[in-house]
Design a protein around this ligand. Structure first.
Ligand code: WT7
Length: 596
């Protein structure tokens, strides 16, 4: 599209009405807003009924000790039972839970019944290794079905997992293992990435040499690539051997709704990552509800595909917990979008007849760069709904997505949320909201958000400021692991009684919300959250560097790119390879995604 036609389009303030067919059968109608408006807590109590509770909660929100919330606190449930077993009991055992597509082209299908067996065996394995309810388990894995099984097995025995993205370095992994004081690490020999095996186990071995990781007793290793791995006797155990020795049935024990489900680390404005703590009942209620409402999921006919990595919150909430709680059939793909060719995503959609696609603006802009002739070579007619997440989507990418992937038929839901919010917060509803290219638009039913100025006063329509959430929500973070004070200071002190999201935003003349990017020192690189301080600390840990300053610069594909300014130490000399060395050093310290 030319810039001129785009400008015209935006001038028209074009809106796209929900497709009539979708609106007529939508899971959620405009009535949901009215219901939630009239009785917000009653609305969430109704949504909690989507789950199967061993003790039905009578309480909803307890906000008597802000900013520490509890939701459904007197209820009890088992999260894994809700995501797997209850569907099997309901007669859905033969339904496909996961269509797995490996990067080399190998495939596996897991039905809900098979998933149940795998989770049972993995749960027994963890218990046999001495993992008790409340113990933390670190998961450092490629995008393979065992990763989902490992997370659900942890949930099943009440052991909070801490998934560390497989692209993070040994150092970053060690920091997270130490902070959560993990007892067991689940990893793989490697995964396939850009056409070749990419090792994971060596980073675990290296991380476990670092002080502070001594409490890790065992490393469970999934065999994925078959590559050679170093082996520490009495500590390392093959996943398949361990599971083979275990029974296929496992009785799920109920846990209180506020039992910790997982810790997930996210960048902070100081270098140290924050362990965002999520609990069970409220988290599962909101992920299940939003997955049902925003994707209009029809579990018996839809094929859903979220392209995120399970190492990020999108993978937790919209690959594992939301979709599985809703008995969805989904695709999981291991690799990169250009392996072995740039049409891989569209080939997968055609092959599995994907109906709902959830991806990131960075990916969409990359596909734009590669050209629309690539998706045009594939039959994408199965698609009925498109989602976007992770960073603001520019109107041009939104229009390209709509036209070249959605054939001008599929509604686009631009979903704003965070690791901290646990689930979607601001998004159109596909059967209700006339969509606007580039805007996340409206808080979902039961969610309260607005835009305020510096002094905390709500801005009028047509003005900008800071995004705040004005009421607690079921899937909110409960604290920062081990640091209640930092939780208070980071999120609840900038504006009284309101949650500060760290995002700039504006309200347009209709009151719709447009996200404008971070207002703190967090950069959004390909939708990944990286703090400037973190990269600065990595740079100054290089022997040649005295000082470093890092900023995010606009980048047409990745949203932001990392730019570093450095001052050398007096004794250091500049060499031809210095820039390269520093980039490699940061990649080694933090992970390749953080390379300036
Ligand atoms: C930050 C949170 C949400 C899961 C993935 C990222 C940005 C996220 C949108 C969106 C504009 C968005 C915000 C937010 N963001 N979604 N639809 N429009 N910005 O989770 O790593 O915790 O990052 O991502 O800046 O604060 P995260």
């Amino acid at each position: 599209m030319s810039n001129e036609s785009l400008a015209n389009l935006l001038k028209e303030e074009r809106r796209f009405e929900p497709p009539a067919e979708l609106a007529a059968h939508a899971n959620v109608t405009a009535q949901a807003y009215a219901r939630a408006e009239a009785d917000r807590l009653g609305f969430w109590a109704e949504q909690a009924e989507r789950l199967s509770w061993t003790t039905t909660p009578r309480q909803t929100l307890d906000w008597s000790n802000p900013p520490f919330a509890t939701w459904f606190a007197d209820g009890e449930l088992n999260v894994a039972h809700n995501c797997v077993d209850r569907h099997v009991h309901a007669g859905l055992g033969d339904r496909v839970a996961i269509h797995f597509e490996g990067e080399p082209g190998d495939t596996r299908t897991l039905t809900y019944a098979q998933l149940q067996t795998e989770v049972a065996r993995a749960a027994h394995t963890l218990t046999a290794l001495g993992v008790h309810p409340g113990d933390r388990v670190a998961i450092y894995m490629p995008m393979i079905p065992e990763t989902v099984v490992a997370m659900l097995a942890c949930a099943r025995i009440g052991a909070p997992h801490s998934v560390v993205f497989g692209g993070f370095s040994a150092d970053a992994l060690a920091t997270r293992i130490t902070d959560a004081d993990a007892r067991v690490v689940i990893t793989a020999d490697g995964g396939y990435r850009r056409g070749k095996p990419s090792a994971l186990k060596p980073a675990v071995d290296e991380a476990l040499t670092r002080p502070g990781t001594e409490n890790v007793r065992n490393v469970l290793v999934v065999r994925r690539t078959g590559q050679e791995v170093a082996w520490t006797k009495d500590r390392d155990i093959w996943w398949h051997q361990a599971l083979d020795a275990q029974p296929h049935q496992h009785t799920a024990q109920p846990f209180p709704a506020e039992h910790p489900l997982f810790i997930l680390y996210t960048s902070g404005t100081t270098g140290r990552p924050k362990g965002i703590l999520h609990t069970s009942g409220g988290y599962l209620t909101q992920t299940a509800y939003t997955h049902h409402a925003v994707f209009d999921l029809k579990p018996d006919t839809d094929v859903y595909w979220c392209t995120a990595d399970v190492g990020w919150v999108t993978g937790h909430s919209y690959i594992v917990y939301g979709p599985l709680a809703n008995a969805a059939t989904q695709v999981i793909y291991e690799g990169t979008p250009d392996t072995p060719h740039q049409g891989r995503f569209w080939e997968i959609i055609e092959k599995y007849k994907v109906t709902i696609l959830y991806t990131a603006p960075t990916a969409i802009r990359t596909f734009m760069k590669w050209g629309e002739h690539i998706p045009a070579q594939h039959d994408l007619s199965s698609l009925r709904l498109l989602g976007s997440v992770g960073e603001p989507i520019n109107p041009e990418a939104w229009m390209w997505y709509r036209r070249h992937i959605g054939a001008d038929r599929c509604p686009i839901v631009d979903t704003w949320w965070q690791t901290e919010t646990g689930a979607m917060m601001i998004s159109p509803l596909p059967g209700v909201t006339p969509t606007k290219p580039g805007s996340a638009q409206t808080p979902l039913p039961g969610i309260a958000a607005t835009v305020v100025d510096d002094t905390g006063t709500e801005v009028p329509h047509g003005h900008g400021g800071y995004l705040v959430l004005t009421q607690p929500w079921p899937s909110m973070l409960r604290t920062i692991w081990g640091d209640d004070q930092r939780y208070r200071e980071t999120y609840w002190s900038r504006f009284t009684d309101r949650y500060f999201a760290g995002d700039g935003a504006k309200k347009d003349d209709d009151g719709d919300i447009w996200l404008l990017g971070r207002v703190d020192d967090v950069m959004l690189v390909s939708g990944h959250n990286i703090s400037t301080t973190e990269v600065e600390s990595a740079l100054v840990s290089h022997p040649k560097i005295a000082e470093a300053a890092v900023v995010g610069a606009n980048d047409p594909t990745t949203g932001q790119a990392i730019v570093a300014f450095v001052i050398l130490r007096g004794t250091a000399t500049e060499t031809d390879t210095l820039t390269h060395d520093l980039r490699t050093h940061v990649a080694h310290t933090l992970g390749p995604i953080a390379k300036p």
